[in-house]
Design a protein around this ligand. Structure first.
Ligand SMILES: Cc1ncc(COP(=O)(O)O)c(C=O)c1O
Length: 445
């Protein structure tokens, strides 16, 4: 490759101050960075990111749960180079090889019966499209989501997201209803699992009976809630919810934007950690390994009436994004990531749980595979969220070369959703750094 052809400004060396100054002047404040002094990254390999000074960081957050195959994976990079040289873009008004190969591969790894895909650019768009299809299919306006869910930032998906922010007093799109999530650590009914009889899941019947026309278009759910703080519903929750959705004539939409593509271990999809068969799976983030792509896959009978007048995306199904997604699927298959995510996740969880003896700030460690949450509390009895302490932990980890994510309604949950490339050695080093940061943060209690 001839680097000389690349715009000079892109190849120049900048300090973090120079870049942050440009951003301050020219970026809308909707773009906010982590950390008191934000990081400037220039490269990466595997699960390691490199900043502009050459310092390395173990990345436990994969951007935001996105670079599932890590940074600079040779097959991923080769695929992008190949496709860029062939054809970066033409629209879905024309057929291309990458779009066709991708949807064929998706049908091979999707739950049985889900064979028709529609590809867009992001998770928000994927959910918006799937919900539109469900409303059209059922001829019903009602859509149900869980408390503390996050489904995106378009008008409808923003309305369906109660993971923490309600900003402007906007007009609320009609037909949206909510049910409790399966958040056992902070049960809304003050009950204990399993004596609770999974009241959170059973509550949906009451919502449908009293707040809808006794039928719904869809229930949309993250099998494990990501932004909401890695909330793993109790085992029966999704099954009970599925039964209720089917009784009410709706479609069960599994939002796999975070849980998809093997992240939860051993299975391709988070929903398959239960024995529910979804009607629709929506996907994004890890789907493109860092290249923008989203989409849904569903049964032919639901998609049959979802036609060209209902949706179109200029970049949806573009050759470069589809080629990236094909590479991601093959890398996951060839590298045995499904098993690796399970085993590494179990190891990580047991290491984190063993820290609970020394760190009373840890209220709970939960999750599955490479999707783990550590909820920090100021007091294990009152469960007061340790929000300030969480911010301190993040800063301290950063100094020692570790990146973690933040989630939960009160911003007090450490989110661990790394590239599946993470090595055992990196897990050990990450836990040592976290251990030290928790010791410091506990001094604030
Ligand atoms: C579960 C879930 N669904 C949908 C979205 C929206 O995806 P995007 O930001 O690509 O629009 C997100 C983003 O965080 C998500 O976590």
């Amino acid at each position: 490759m001839n680097d000389e052809l690349v715009p000079k400004d892109l190849r120049a060396k900048y300090s973090d101050k120079e870049i942050l100054d440009i951003e301050k002047k020219h970026l809308a404040p909707a773009v906010a960075h982590y950390y008191e002094r934000p990081l400037l990254f220039v490269g990466g390999e595997g699960a390691t990111l490199v900043d502009h000074t050459g310092k390395e960081y173990i990345d436990l957050f994969a951007g935001i749960c996105t670079t599932i195959t890590g940074y600079s994976h040779p097959k991923f990079v080769a695929t992008l180079k190949y496709q860029a040289e062939q054809l970066v873009y033409t629209s879905s008004l024309y057929a291309t090889v990458p779009y066709a190969v991708l949807v064929k591969k998706l049908a091979e790894i999707a739950p049985k019966g889900l064979t028709l895909s529609f590809i867009v650019n992001s998770g928000s768009e994927a959910n918006e499209a799937a919900l539109f299809m469900a409303r059209k299919f059922t001829k019903n306006p009602y859509v149900i989501a869980c408390h503390h869910a996050y489904h995106g930032r378009t008008t409808l998906t923003r309305e369906l997201s109660t993971a923490g922010w309600r900003t402007i007093p906007e007009g609320h799109p009609p037909g949206v209803r909510f049910v409790p999530n399966g958040y056992c650590y902070r049960c809304q009914f003050g009950k204990e699992y399993p004596e609770c009889d999974i009241e959170c899941a059973r509550y949906m019947r009451e919502v449908i009976r009293t707040e809808t026309n006794r039928a719904i278009a869809a229930f949309i759910v993250e099998p494990i809630q990501g932004v909401g703080g890695i909330v793993k519903h109790p085992p029966e929750y999704l099954k009970i919810a599925h039964e209720t959705v089917k009784e009410s004539g709706g479609l069960f939409i599994s939002d796999e934007v975070q849980t998809g593509f093997g992240r939860t271990g051993r299975k391709w999809w988070g929903i398959h950690q239960s024995d529910v068969e979804p009607d629709v799976i929506t996907m994004a983030k890890g789907f493109g390994g860092g290249i923008p792509i989203g989409g849904f896959i569903t049964r032919p009978e639901y998609a049959a009436n979802y036609t060209v007048t209902d949706s179109f995306a200029t970049f949806g199904g573009n050759p470069l994004s589809c080629a990236a997604a094909v590479a991601v699927i093959e890398i996951i298959q060839e590298s045995g990531y499904l098993e690796k995510a399970y085993k590494a996740g179990e190891h990580l969880k047991s290491r984190l749980r063993s820290m609970m003896d020394d760190h009373k700030i840890i209220g709970e460690v939960r999750g599955q595979g490479m999707m783990i949450g550590v909820e920090l509390v100021r007091d294990r009895t009152t469960k007061e969220p340790a929000t300030k302490e969480m911010a301190k932990v993040m800063e301290l980890c950063k100094v020692d070369g570790l990146l973690i994510g933040k989630g939960g309604f009160d911003g007090n949950v450490i989110r661990i959703q790394p590239p599946l490339e993470l090595t055992t050695d990196q897990i050990e080093r990450a836990c040592d750094i976290l251990d030290k940061a928790l010791t410091e943060a506990e001094k604030m209690l």
